[in-house]
Ligand binder design. Sequence first.
Ligand code: APR
Length: 173
Amino acid sequence: MNEVKGIRVWQGDITTLAVDAIVNAANSSLLGGGGVDGAIHRAAGPELTAFCAGLGGCPTGAAKITPGFRLPARHVIHTVGPVWRGGECGEAAALTDCYRNSLALAAAHALRSIAFPAISCGVYGFPPEAAARIAVESCRAALAGPGTIDEIVLAAFDQRMASLLSETLGQMV
Ligand code: APR
């Protein structure tokens, strides 16, 4: 199942999406890194890193918004996912906070469309099956509530994550 009620699974490079906001799986410094964080900073250009330098970092689970600069997306919402430590350290709650706080920030800015990468599923080692469920459940809850968001893209970088997200989305109908 590739699309359910405003939530769409898409495979590719999130930096190419011309949505109102793409979400960055950042680290607490907000000064860039590898993975999707590196890709977003490279595509947005040095203005993004300079802008982030003035934000004072971001705690795990929280979200901060910046312009998209050279990206096709108008904004970047930076959120810091949990590092997986076995599942007994509040990782699921922290990942849920990432989605919820990013969606709330997008709604607070009256944004319509937002794209998420698979937060914490790379370097931070979160099990993709559990992360996919958190992503889909959080997005469905946001679309069921008030607010301006009517298009959510779950952007998978590889086929495995895309299939997992599509299956999870199909189970939640
Ligand atoms: N577009 C979409 N998804 C991407 C892209 C891209 N261009 N590049 C990587 N991904 C995917 C990865 O395949 C993974 O599924 O994003 C997901 C998140 O992986 P990471 O980027 O490693 O992020 P995360 O696991 O949250 O770790 C964050 O890594 O890069 C550093 O500075 C970052 O310290 C932070 C940590």
